[in-house]
Design a protein around this ligand. Structure first.
Ligand code: GLP
Length: 253
């Protein structure tokens, strides 16, 4: 795992956007795995700037989002479809047919999860996957106790996740309790992964994911087994990593 240390959220976002942009220069028809939440918002803003400055082109890019809530219409402002459209897709030249987000309103959720996985495989697999991390160590919506061998599936959201995400809804009762998420195995099949973390509330899970035991109760710890992960952390998120300075040496730059 390569660890890139940056000062703050802004720098984290710029570094991530640079990596995505370089990926598209090398392979204009890349398949990107995308994330939602507060963490990647700055990266999307930077990518939009690069697109408007004619530095990158999304016309051949395909995207697969990590997850989506069940039972939220895609026009609901809290749905991840809405988030992606408003914060990224409507500002760039991506073709609508190249955008993939799990359909949490599907009548047959199991069928939807199989089809989503099949679409990823048929696209040639994910070249670059963007990840944030939940305060319980989840990636996508792979909550603690997830099976590492899981492909795209329906999840019951963890109480901690429901509490964390309640800030986007009028009340905690409105937060959906189920979602569709790429599985850990789906994520681990990506050729390259960028894990983004910013802020003090992520410090403990960043530490456990990078240096802790690899176990399903800390889903992001599985990333230690991937050959090509870049973790971009700001000062606050990395503040627990180097309490013992000698450990810093193991982490890279
Ligand atoms: C959500 C998403 C994750 C995201 C995480 C962290 O529940 N499903 O993909 O990484 O929470 O969110 P934030 O970036 O807002 O801290």
């Amino acid at each position: 795992m390569k660890i890139i240390h940056v000062d703050d959220y802004y720098e984290m976002s710029k570094r991530a956007a640079e990596i995505v942009s370089n990926q598209l220069k090398l392979k204009p028809d890349s398949v990107l795995g995308l994330a939602t939440g507060d963490t990647p918002l700055g990266m999307y803003r930077e990518l939009i700037k690069k697109y408007k400055g004619a530095h990158i082109d999304f016309s051949k890019v395909k995207t697969f989002n990590l997850d989506e809530y069940c039972n939220l219409n895609k026009n609901n402002k809290q749905s991840y479809s809405y988030y992606m459209r408003e914060n990224f897709f409507k500002h760039i030249n991506i073709s609508r047919r190249n955008i993939n987000i799990p359909n949490g309103m599907a009548k047959d959720i199991t069928k939807e999860t199989f089809e989503y996985e099949r679409k990823i495989i048929n696209s040639g697999g994910i070249d670059l996957q963007i990840l944030g991390i939940g305060t319980n160590g989840h990636i996508g919506f792979n909550e603690p106790q997830v099976k590492f061998e899981a492909l795209t599936h329906m999840v019951n959201l963890d109480k901690q996740t429901i509490r964390d995400n309640a800030r986007f809804f009028n009340s905690i009762e409105e937060v959906p309790t189920k979602a569709i998420s790429m599985g850990i195995k789906t994520i681990m099949h990506a050729r390259k992964i960028i894990l983004l973390a910013s802020g003090i509330k992520k410090a403990h899970v960043v530490y456990k994911s990078i240096y802790g035991e690899i176990k399903p109760t800390m889903p992001a710890s599985v990333l230690q087994l991937h050959q090509n992960v870049i973790c971009i952390v700001d000062k606050e998120a990395s503040s627990k990593l180097y309490l013992n300075k000698s450990i810093r040496f193991l982490g890279g730059n």
